[in-house]
Design a binder for this molecule. Structure first.
Ligand SMILES: Cc1cc2nc3c(=O)[nH]c(=O)nc-3n(C[C@H](O)[C@H](O)[C@H](O)COP(=O)(O)OP(=O)(O)OC[C@H]3O[C@@H](n4cnc5c(N)ncnc54)[C@H](O)[C@@H]3O)c2cc1C
Ligand code: FES
Ligand code: FES
Length: 1574
């Protein structure tokens, strides 16, 4: 056997060679500890890929890896998480990052372009990763299905958008989209060419002109695209009526005259050129639509199109297109695109060609359309003649549509809608403005040089020696075995998805790493007669592909094991993980929640282990796993392969997995069950049951398996099996993971499902012997995951450009794309950690407390300081006295804990080192000794019993006693609502740069409160605030989490930078960020309500308790807002609400979207639904009977003016067909025992304002002498589109194009004393400040306008400049009406106005597992006259989905000692792509201008989140249906979030009774629980 020192094949190299975006990278002895992401970002300065979590859970770092396969002569492209991929592992690979596929300068890729235009990017931090996931999919499948898209995006998270817009944008690449929009179906040229080009153009114009999807669909399907495309508002206004799908019967008109369309054949028969020209030239000739015949003729040849246009009779293009063309000429443009798919943007040449052919109409109409809205695109897309076109457009468009054109780069609206008679725009779903075409043939190619050298690179043995780690990549099996023999504790890494996480977060150190991916024995698969042998390093994606092939090619009775594995793999992690993780890695990790291991165990696989000593075969059974993450392999052995046998005729196998989130989540409990049963007798001969999540290792159920063998498959077996399983699968009350009762119940639920499935199978094999399943039983027998089919459809309805309010030509009210969207999709948008490193910059890492409520005995930093590259350690000793104090409203926090620590995660010190990894490692070497002071107070209940709180505060109205006396019924109850992690995708990052003199410092920070940072840093450094400049370019999400808590890191970094006089940077890792910065306050509500038999409230008494954590922060204002909003939408004559802010030993909770209002709304809706349940009434009726109307007075004495709650309510009920669906839900529930549906409608009234002092805003508007305008205001852009709206506002007031206006950053030296960007109010206040500044500038410019009325903006500006007039102005605004609420006097006006809305949600729950699915949500929101309806719809959807996460998935768990256990995306689940409503409809209320805010708009950021109460109440209603079947009380408690665990437990049922009975008798059921609820 050859030894390691004498490799048999290839040479040993220490040079890493790979390609990035086509460029060759060569690196000697690369550090094996570096991830690809670090290398890309730090060494190559490619910052498009982001670090969102570092653990493979968010997808922000997604890149494409490509490998050339010399044997098959093909290239494999796959997505990967750069944060887990060791850079050493990409030897011989081509890496493509988001920068490599397109850029603003060189042109965007279609994926980037369409995502931006579809409004799929808000803060943009997730965006490059999402772009890359989609890009990789297209590289492998140019015409994917919607299912493909969802599957490939499951490894990506977005916290802002609510996903709908992303999916809609990407749906334009699908086959469904093509076939949906063109009746030619798959024969459509777009389909053939794979790119949807015609569609793009149709929709582009459609979008530009504001046409609905309906319109578009019909148009395109029926050849009416022309209407949509061109002109269309006019057409629509003139009531072109769709009579049937093919023909417009009525006359329609445009500026070209009447067009009467009748049957179309004669069009084709009679030669068309003249008619075409006539029409296009505006004649009144009758023409024909060309549907039908023409469409059948295919579209291959653009020339044919030209021929037609020239009068030839040739058969021509796309049927819809043709129709369009004939009508208006726009189709011609479209045809150009459609036909010319292969040539990409040559399309415009066709357009030109058409024009040359005399179709003046085209120019007038076609280009006009573009001109109105899309010059940016046109330019981007290479329309060289845009200027000319624009001229025509202006002429025609103004005449036709009453719109002028603009040439602004941000004004490509992505939401289409049809312009209706009243001039409002209705938008429905898919949007396709002038999208960049997708042409798979034009993709970047695999680097030719790499193709040539990759064979050599693949055969090289690699050895990279880092400081702490050596990395080997052997190329032959003997080498691998030799290495493993020499280094038995070496880690074999394939995907590194397990080891990478252990190193990054569990601080494991593995000095020797061995990569086996070039070892043929471990990477091949072999299909044998009796099964399949899979190399251990085969990736899960490759395994999926292999198994799929086997299932397709083999008889079904042989492939049941494979089907079972495929079912499990479907729910296994995200695509990026599956692409790199290996089957061997999963087995050898031996995780107790491994998804594959239970299946492999019941499938009876055999593992081949090889060492220098030889081979050994091990059956993977209950003996293989020996303990927590240990197994029977020996340390010098390598897992070579896995043999998976074929199944047998009489075998039946099923898998089950229940996790918190549908996709990309580890299991709470999983199981695989297999039975070998003889159909003639229905007696089972063999039963195999394996479970994950029930112990420290994968378990089987030996007694159950043994005792049931030989039994008949009937109810007796079921009962016996359930009892035996309880014996086989005990669980200590303190078991890691908690949820003990639930997990035990799940094992029974799975078995019950299995029982039904087997019965179903038997009923077909042995008819007569077993009773077939009823429909209801069939539904429940299906794996719970079967209902996870995901997003299906959506619509968005809104208006824009109302006359009388504003000129429709002006930018305000237009659905412009987010101003940074294109930069975000191309990865060019700069976030704090993307700022280039300065030469002398250092990196910092926090040292935080691991104990709560403890005394610090000593801090020992010596070991850390001894490490090479460590510069300094800072702690409280560096900040004397008050300079160490901080806090938002009260200075009750310390920058560095001095004597005591209050919570786990409190900052104790800061290590500064040469780079980030050294700083982090050094921080872990700082030892702190503690002495416990006392039992920490963790929960609200702890705080109540210790009377540990701030407050209480009380609001009173009416006479409570009298109210209760008047009540016919009184109910009381308690409800808890858990906290929420902000989970902004961009973790906190700050850079402090000393300026070298006078104590000056510049801080680049991810903070929502630049002034707050400035003040605190100045205070801690002991300098005046005028020495500190804080700059914020943009945030990758914030949601309130970046208001006060970033100070925990930014102030220490500023201290370090000041002391060292060098720039210092810190970027928190995800888990640290979650631990230190905390989140939304958990609340407990104790309520007592009096009401009449009609359900009218007579009295309400509420005590609210919040868990503030260890400092005051903004907890009191959060509580106050909850108290102000406790009425939600209901009149309470007699009410008393009291708020207690509990002080506990948790990290300080803080502001989060809604700021107390979501909790209040939740409790208000809970009370309403409990009253309804008690009265056996429809909850909607109770809500309606108590609902506010205009003129009502709230419990804080606010008279409601223009109250639109009832309008929203009525509209959403109507739009959602609530009553009809309520009947269907009842029917469904009557027919199903274990699946239940719930339907709920809830309203909201969310108060808008800051505390009085913060209701102020400043802006600076500067006009440069050549006419460009720079705006700076105090608000921060964090994805909500604030800057975009502000540009629209300024453009409106200055009456200039938005493209002349730029916003660069928020900076405290430009606009001082900024209020936090929070409370949804920034557009209101900064918009008005900008209006004021612009008005002042208009005043100064007026003389020059008056003296030169024919002049243009640039002339006036220059004239003013030449006349020495100041061209910069500040603006200021404050809201006068708002006053703080005085609890003593019970008076004040804390809100300026209210944003109202209502939502209807329907859900389905699986009563056996607790799984839920949101089937449909309808929302109607009153946003006044929206400043930008597209952005506002995005805010509504994003907030709603974030709210849905709050009330369902997102659960924070703490150890009894106060440590946050649910850190990082692996443990804390925000909604993913599959968690959004399958149908999602959003409408903005029409005709509801709000005179109190800018341009009659309303605040939007927070209010829609409150509508997630509809999700919770729908779930509760479904549970209620399950309980009704058991005659349980309809009044029951369900705390939020309604996790799978809570839903299952609330559904009750006999399985839970069994578990409870067992637990009562179990000694193991006592002890300290693993976690507590704060
Ligand atoms: C975001 C994320 C989501 C995940 N989701 C899931 C999920 O849904 N279900 C699930 O079950 N798991 C999940 N995992 C866990 C993980 O992906 C799997 O365990 C994966 O299969 C590990 O494979 P790998 O190649 O990446 O292992 P690596 O990290 O490369 O190695 C893991 C271990 O296996 C050993 N090893 C690997 N190959 C061999 C060999 N041939 N011989 C001997 N030892 C070997 C290594 O030494 C190491 O100890 C997830 C992980 C992440 C990061
Ligand atoms: S940063 Fe890589 S997955 Fe989150
Ligand atoms: S846009 Fe997706 S996280 Fe912000």
């Amino acid at each position: 056997m050859p030894t390691f020192d004498s490799p048999e094949d290839g040479t040993t190299s220490n040079t890493l060679v790979f390609f990035v975006n086509g460029r060759r990278i060569t690196e000697q002895n690369v550090d094996p500890e570096w991830t690809l992401l670090t290398y890309l970002r730090k060494n190559l300065r490619l910052t498009g890929a982001k670090l969102g979590c570092g653990e493979g859970g968010c997808g922000a770092c997604t890149v494409m890896l490509s490998r050339y396969d010399h044997e098959r002569l093909t290239t494999r492209h796959y997505s990967a998480n750069a944060c887990l991929t060791p850079v050493a592992a990409v030897h011989g690979l081509a890496v493509t990052t988001v920068e490599g596929i397109g850029s603003i300068k060189d042109g965007l890729h279609a994926v980037q372009d369409r995502l931006a235009r579809a409004h799929g990017s808000q803060c943009g931090f997730c965006t490059p990763g999402i772009v890359m996931s989609m890009y990789v999919l297209l590289r492998n499948k140019s015409l994917p299905s919607m299912d493909d898209i969802i599957e490939h995006l499951t490894g990506n998270l977005c916290r802002c958008t609510g996903y709908r817009a992303i999916l809609d944008g990407f749906s334009s690449f699908t086959g469904e989209f093509s076939t949906k929009v063109c009746s030619a179906g798959v024969k459509c040229c777009r389909v053939k060419e794979g790119g949807g080009k015609t569609v793009q153009n149709v929709k582009a114009e459609d979008g530009q002109n504001g046409h609905s999807r309906n319109g578009t669909e019909e148009c395109v399907q029926n050849g009416k695209g022309a209407f949509v495309q061109n002109g269309c508002s006019k057409f629509m206004q003139n009531s072109s009526e769709y009579v049937d799908k093919n023909i417009y019967k009525t006359k329609v008109s445009n500026s070209n005259g009447d067009i009467c369309i009748k049957g179309h054949r004669d069009y084709e028969q009679s030669g068309h050129s003249d008619k075409m020209r006539s029409v296009l030239n505006g004649d009144k000739d009758e023409i024909c639509d060309v549907n039908g015949t023409v469409s059948q003729n295919g579209y291959d040849d653009c020339d044919k199109m030209r021929n037609v246009l020239n009068g030839d009779n040739d058969k021509i293009c796309v049927q819809p297109v043709t129709g369009i063309a004939s009508q208006n000429g726009h189709g011609i443009f479209q045809n150009g695109h459609g036909c010319d798919g292969q040539n990409g943007y040559n399309a415009d040449q066709n357009g030109q060609g058409m024009t040359l052919n005399g179709h003046g109409g085209i120019d007038q109409n076609g280009h006009g359309t573009y001109g109105q809205n899309g010059f940016g695109h046109i330019k981007q897309n290479g329309y060289k003649d845009a200027q000319n076109a624009k001229g025509d457009i202006q002429k025609t468009a103004v005449k036709t549509n009453g719109n002028t054109s603009t040439t602004n780069q941000i004004i490509e609206n992505g939401i289409k809608g049809s312009v209706k008679e009243n001039g409002t725009m209705e938008s429905k779903g898919l949007h396709a403005p002038s999208w960049a075409p997708y042409d798979p043939t034009q993709e970047i190619i695999f680097p030719p040089e790499l193709k040539v050298i990759s064979k050599r690179l693949d055969s090289e043995m690699l050895e990279f020696k880092g400081k702490r780690v050596v990395y080997y990549r052997p190329v032959s099996f003997p080498h691998l075995l030799d290495l493993k023999d020499r280094f038995p504790h070496a880690k074999i890494i394939v995907g590194n998805t397990e080891v990478g996480v252990e190193v990054a977060f569990k601080k494991q150190h593995y000095p020797v790493l061995i990569n086996p991916t070039r070892i043929p024995e471990l990477n091949t698969t072999e299909v044998l007669k009796s099964g399949v042998r899979v190399g251990a390093a085969v990736t899960l994606t490759e395994l999926q592909q292999l198994l799929t092939r086997l299932v397709q090619s083999h008889q079904s009775h042989l492939t049941k094991n494979y089907t079972a594995l495929l079912e499990m793999l479907k729910w296994f992690a995200g695509q990026q993980i599956r692409n790199t993780a290996s089957i061997g890695g999963n087995i050898m990790t031996s995780s107790p929640v491994s998804d594959l291991n239970p299946v492999l165990v019941v499938a009876g696989v055999t593992l081949t282990f090889t060492s220098l000593g030889g081979k050994r075969e091990v059956v993977m059974d209950e003996h293989f796993f020996t303990g927590y993450r240990t197994n029977a392999a020996q340390s010098n052995e390598v897992l070579e392969s896995v043999f998976i046998p074929h199944s047998k005729q009489d075998e039946f196998i099923r898998t089950y997995k229940q996790s918190r989130r549908k996709d990309d989540d580890i299991a709470i409990v999983n199981a695989a069950m297999k039975v070998d049963i003889r159909p003639e007798s229905c007696v089972l001969s063999n039963l195999k049951l394996a479970f994950g999540g029930m112990a420290a290792k994968t378990l089987t159920a030996p007694r159950t398996m043994k005792e049931l063998a030989g039994s008949k498959w009937d109810e007796t077996l079921l009962e016996k099996g359930l009892d035996l399983l309880l014996e086989d699968l005990p669980l200590q009350i303190s078991a890691p993971g908690g949820m003990v009762e639930y997990r035990r119940t799940l094992t029974l639920s799975f078995f019950f499902k299995f029982y039904l499935s087997v019965r179903d199978w038997l009923s077909t094999r042995a008819p007569g012997l077993v009773t077939p399943l009823s429909t209801a039983e069939l539904a429940i027998a299906a794996a719970s995951s079967d209902n996870h089919s995901g997003y299906k459809s959506s619509s968005q309805h809104f208006s824009r450009g109302r006359s009388g309010i504003r000129d429709a030509n002006y930018p305000v009210g237009q659905p412009f794309v987010h101003a940074s969207a294109f930069k975000q999709t191309s990865g060019e948008a700069v976030y704090v950690d993307d700022v280039p490193h300065r030469e002398d910059e250092l990196h910092a890492a926090l040292v935080v407390s691991s104990r709560a409520n403890a005394r610090i005995l000593c801090i020992d930093e010596q070991e850390a300081l001894r490490m090479e590259g460590v510069h300094a350690f800072f702690s409280a000793k560096d900040l004397p006295g008050e300079r160490n104090k901080m806090g938002t409203l009260v200075h009750d926090e310390e920058v560095f804990a001095r004597k005591e620590v209050l919570c786990v995660g409190q900052v104790i010190g800061l290590v500064v080192a040469k780079d980030q990894s050294t700083a982090r490692l050094a921080a872990s070497k700082v030892t702190v000794l503690y002495e416990d002071i006392g039992t920490p107070i963790i929960t609200i209940e702890d705080a109540i019993s210790n009377k540990s709180w701030w407050g209480p505060w009380t609001i009173r109205k009416g006479n409570l006693d009298e109210g209760f006396n008047r009540a016919t019924h009184i109910l009381q109850g308690e409800m808890r609502m858990g906290g929420q992690e902000h989970f902004y995708l961009e973790p906190n990052a700050h850079i402090a740069v000393p300026r070298g003199e006078d104590g000056e410092m510049e801080i680049f920070t991810s903070s929502q409160v630049p002034t707050g940072t400035q003040m605190q840093v100045a205070e801690s450094l002991g300098v005046p605030a005028n020495r500190i400049v804080v700059r914020v370019k943009r945030l990758g999400g914030a949601f309130g989490g970046k208001e006060s808590r970033p100070l925990c890191a930014s102030v220490p970094v500023a201290v370090a930078a000041s002391k060292l006089q060098r720039p210092v940077r810190i970027t928190l890792d995800r888990q640290e960020d979650m631990l230190v910065t905390a989140g939304r306050h958990p609340f407990l509500c104790r309520w007592k309500v009096g009401f009449t038999s009609e359900g009218r409230f007579t009295a309400l008494e509420v005590d609210l308790y919040s868990n503030a954590g260890c400092s005051y922060d903004v907890s009191a204002p959060v509580m106050h807002k909850a108290m102000f909003c406790i009425d939600n939408a209901y009149v309470h004559e007699n009410i008393r609400v009291t708020g207690f802010v509990c002080k506990t030993h948790l990290p300080s909770n803080t502001a989060m979207r809604g700021f107390g209002a979501p909790q209040a709304a939740m409790f208000a809706e809970e009370i309403a639904s409990q009253v309804a349940a008690f009265l056996h009434m429809e909850p909607a009726l109770v809500r309606e009977r108590n609902m506010y109307k205009t003129g009502d007075v709230t419990h804080i004495n606010h008279i409601l003016e223009r109250c639109t709650i009832q309008r929203c309510w009525r509209q959403v009920i109507q739009q959602s067909k609530y009553n009809m669906r309520a009947a269907s839900v009842r029917k469904f529930n009557n027919e199903n025992a274990h699946r239940k549906r719930g339907l709920s409608v809830t309203p909201t009234k969310c108060g808008v304002a800051f505390d009085r002092i913060l209701n102020q805003a400043g802006a600076l508007v500067q006009i440069y002498m050549e006419g460009s305008v720079l705006i700076t205001h105090g608000g921060v852009e964090m994805g909500q589109g604030l800057h975009t709206k502000m540009i629209q506002v300024a453009a409106n007031v200055l009456n200039i194009s938005p493209e002349s206006i730029h916003i660069s950053e928020t900076a405290t030296d430009k606009v001082p004393n900024t209020s936090p960007t929070a409370a949804s109010i920034s557009s209101d206040i900064y918009g008005m400040a900008i209006v004021n500044a612009c008005n002042e500038l208009n005043r100064r410019l007026k003389p020059y306008v008056t003296s030169n009325p024919e002049g243009q903006w640039k002339n006036w500006v220059w004239a003013a400049y030449a006349d020495r007039v100041s061209l910069s102005a500040t603006g200021f605004y404050r809201i006068e009406e708002v006053t703080d609420f005085d609890f003593e006097k019970q008076s004040g006006q804390p809100f300026h106005y209210y944003t109202n809305g209502a939502a209807v949600t329907e859900v389905e729950v699986d009563c056996l597992t607790g799984d839920h699915t949101i089937l449909r949500t309808d929302i109607v929101m009153d946003l006044g006259n929206s400043l930008n309806p597209a952005l506002d719809v995005g805010q509504i959807e994003g907030a709603f989905v974030q709210g849905a996460g709050l009330v369902t998935l997102e659960e924070l768990r703490y150890s009894p000692g106060g440590a946050l256990l649910t850190r990082g995306p692996g443990a804390y689940k925000i909604p993913g792509f599959q968690d959004i409503p399958h149908e999602f409809h959003v409408s903005l209320l029409e005709d509801a201008p709000n005179p109190l805010a800018i341009y009659s708009s309303k605040a939007v950021g927070e209010p829609p989140l409150l509508l997630a109460t509809s999700v919770f109440q729908a779930i509760k209603s479904a549970i209620g249906a399950a309980r009704a079947d058991q005659n349980l009380s309809p009044v029951f408690r369900l705390d939020s979030p309604a996790t799978a665990e809570r839903i299952r437990m609330a559904c009750r049922g006999p399985l839970i009774e069994k578990v409870n009975k067992k637990m009562e008798s179990d000694v193991a059921s006592t002890g300290e629980p693993w976690s507590v609820t704060a």
